[in-house]
Write a protein that binds this ligand. Structure first.
Ligand SMILES: [Zn+2]
Ligand SMILES: [Zn+2]
Length: 93
């Protein structure tokens, strides 16, 4: 089962809520957190078995995949440190 994640940057107030991460009922594809420097956003995207991933917003294919348990990442908008809040109790399948 996957869980839900919120991203928030206190410096510029950019935030993304309810990002899905992890696996559903099937082993592939999986939802991974990413940072896209093309459209300067953080989100979650489906990654297939081959590992190919595209930004779910601008479809750019050169995104930075983050660990499922990432605690923070440089904010794509302002480069300050943004924080992930993991809601492990909020699962999806
Ligand atoms: Zn920011
Ligand atoms: Zn993008």
């Amino acid at each position: 089962m996957g869980h839900k994640v919120d991203f928030a940057c206190r410096a510029c107030r950019y935030e993304e809520r309810d990002l899905g991460v992890g696996r559903g009922r099937r082993p592939w594809p999986v939802l991974r957190l990413f940072r896209c420097d093309n459209c300067r956003s953080v989100g979650s995207a489906w990654v297939d078995e081959g590992g190919l991933a595209r930004c779910s917003l601008c479809y750019h294919d050169d995104i930075v995949l983050l660990p499922d348990d990432a605690a923070s990442v440089a904010c794509p908008k302002c480069e300050e440190r943004g924080v992930f809040t993991h809601h492990l109790g909020e699962t999806w399948e």
